[in-house]
Design a protein around this ligand. Structure first.
Ligand SMILES: NC(=O)c1ccc[n+]([C@@H]2O[C@H](COP(=O)([O-])OP(=O)(O)OC[C@H]3O[C@@H](n4cnc5c(N)ncnc54)[C@H](OP(=O)(O)O)[C@@H]3O)[C@@H](O)[C@H]2O)c1
Length: 165
């Protein structure tokens, strides 16, 4: 399928596993350059190798924990040094924080917002100069269907996702 990504510079945050990995694979098969960002080097390096085999001309693994602003800035500085610009930023990292309202602690609520919202905020902020340098650019942030249909086990998760939306 031609999605128009041939040669595009793309970053998938959380691209080592799950839906982030599936997204990175689609981009690679369309010929995009793909950087996958996550915390586990081993997983990311295996993913980058797989993306190269699928057709990505310059797949790369970048290790960063997006809960740490310094690591986020370092990751996008590496993207800037490598490609000079960015066409697409895909943010897939979401919060955990399962539990009903009575069970969830303040710390879990804070964690849901830090992991589910602020990580994306940090990545967008760090990526913006690179996105603005490109001829065209898009940002995709993964939300969740539960923002439209609340689950009793996910109030903190869903509140963080609603903030993303
Ligand atoms: N699965 C579902 O049913 C579902 C439904 C609705 C919405 N969603 C949303 O869709 C998105 C993807 O879900 P998924 O189930 O595919 O995710 P997943 O399999 O749990 O994968 C999460 C990815 O994010 C990375 N990650 C987690 N914390 C990170 C951090 N602090 N810094 C950098 N990378 C981090 C993980 O890699 P490392 O561990 O190596 O860092 C992993 O690659 C999430 O936003 C989720 O909320 C999922």
């Amino acid at each position: 399928m031609d999605l128009g990504f041939r040669g595009a510079a793309t970053v998938v945050v959380g691209g080592g596993r799950g839906m982030g990995s599936a997204t990175a694979q689609c981009l690679a098969e369309d010929g995009a350059r793909v950087a996958v960002v996550g915390r586990c080097r081993e997983v990311l390096e295996a993913a980058a190798l797989d993306l190269t085999g699928r057709g990505s001309p310059d797949a790369v693994a970048i290790v960063a924990d997006i809960s740490d602003p310094t690591q986020v800035d370092r990751a996008f500085a590496e993207v800037g040094e490598r490609w000079g610009e960015l066409n697409a930023l895909v943010n897939t990292v979401g919060p955990g924080a399962a539990g009903n309202f009575e069970e969830l602690t303040d710390a879990q609520w804070q964690e849901a917002f830090d992991a589910g919202l602020m990580g994306m905020v940090r990545c967008v902020r760090a990526a913006l100069p690179l996105l603005r340098r490109a001829e065209w650019a898009r940002i995709v942030n993964f939300s969740a269907h539960s923002t439209q249909r609340q689950s009793t086990r996910l109030p903190a998760y869903t509140a963080a996702k609603a903030a993303v939306t």
